[in-house]
Design a protein around this ligand. Sequence first.
Ligand code: G6P
Length: 614
Amino acid sequence: MCGIVAAVSTRDIVPVLLEGLRRLEYRGYDSAGIAVLEPVDAKSELRRLRAAGRVAELAGQVQAQGLAAYTGISHTRWATHGAPTERNAHPHVSGGLAVVHNGIIENHEEIRARLKAAGSVFTSDTDSEVIAHLVAFNRKSSVSLLSAATQAVAELEGAFAIALLCESDPEAVVLARKGAPLLIGLGEGENFSASDVSALVQVTRRVIYLEEGDCAELRPGSVRIVDARGTEVERPVHVSEMTAQAVELGPYQHYMQKEISEQPGAVAATLETVIGAQSLQPGLFGADAEALFKDVSSVQIIACGTSYHAGMVARYWLESIARIPTSVEIASEYRYRDSVPDPTGLFVTISQSGETADTLAALEHARTLGYRATLTICNVPESSLIRQSRLRFLTRAGPEIGVASTKAFTTQLAALFLLTLVLARLRGKLDRHAEATYLQALRHLPAALQHVLAAEEKVAAWAKDFASRQHALFLGRGIHYPIALEGALKLKEISYIHAEAYAAGELKHGPLALVDQDMPVVAIAPSDTLLEKLKSNLQEVRARGGRLYVFADRDAPIGDEEEAVRIIKLTDHAGPLSPILHVLPLQQLAYHVALVRGTDVDKPRNLAKSVTVE
Ligand code: G6P
């Protein structure tokens, strides 16, 4: 989704803004822009450049125009209100004032009507433009840009992160945050702001996370923050662990390729604190975890996209190992549904970004329904979800840049398996022997993942068969049904092939009608108790001439390859951890199909990494 980078310094900040935007490209966007206050004689002049397209195009314009300045704001826009054209790209201006915005202003129509009547001239179809005119209007009667902004923000409804600057105060950038992420980066004699820390690792790792309702004023030598009530406040300074190297591509062609291959290390890092342990402690999930977990009567999991699939896998573990009733629901549905809550249950949100608007709203909704025990499993420290949940588990996947989630997913699964074991033990469902066996399996998991990755060449060979197809089916049973869903999601996200997943037992209730020699059918076929059932389903596909692509375990009693049945055997069956292994070749398949089709693997069209609007 939209990305913001802003800077104020005594040196030229244009290269910092452009590099920041490049580093935010992964969030997903369709246009980009920059506004700076260029010193001209003794004054400053607002200059703005925008491009409907990539940051590289904007950088080309910047170079051609020789833009240089000490104060600037910049933006990548993911279109919501208004097409992704240059006139809708941010920054939006009103006189000598410019603004960039992430989020949605819900009451933009009424503010627009009022400002139009007062003489403001609008030049875009966006909701964001009202902010520029509203602050400019307030500026006429307020003492500072900051007070004009705080006055405007009080009127805005919806979710937003905002950065603005104005010719009348050329050494200031003003910020506001409500419901969308924004942080301040502290430099020496210069200060910055960005949607996430990856945009700023090039200049600083010292950051302040703005809190809900905060406004701030950055100058080269100072930072002032006022809270929602207008009181000046101090916010803690954090030193981000993110390094510039962690967000570099290195020897890889794509971030997705890098991130798929990083999974053994990411899972090992996520499990690090428990790998040497004899037994699991609830404290892994936060200081209050034992007290809160002890009497929970059910688990409600809420998430979106790939994180939702992680929740679906966890339901099988939580019910079969911890014997606790578990429901899983998509956040955007849950938040508006009249559900029957179980306030004595554990409410779990899962998110790689920690900023997904629907998941945040679902958490808030759960609080109003009376849930006390809230836990988030998330990959971003200091994200909104982490801060708003009572308990938390931080996955240690490292920055995930590819829009299609890979290592965040497998680390979420590792975390959810730990949660299962902790709840199982507290509920008296796990004896010492079983716990030791599961811990041993977890210790072996990184090595098993490495082994599975080695099948890449064989998977890549299959990709050629898929690249020319319009459709594909994915089948799985039991705990591997969500893995089939995830495989189909990966394929459609990055190759744009229409892919559907079914619980294989449902095949004859509809999808079998689609099967013919042109329909590739991918089957996830681990050596579990459902293998024989799945084999019968596969016969149903073969009998209709469908082409089968089967991922099996090393020792699988599954027939030999033939023209219409291709099989890749991965590694030994991993028991309940099998879904964590079986998703890897599906990620590789999607990646290689996308390579053959020549799509933009890391930045698939229309998609965003961090979905900060509902
Ligand atoms: C977007 C991303 C997906 C992600 C989903 C949920 O659609 O492209 O990769 O699974 O949002 O995001 P979250 O950050 O909450 O896991």
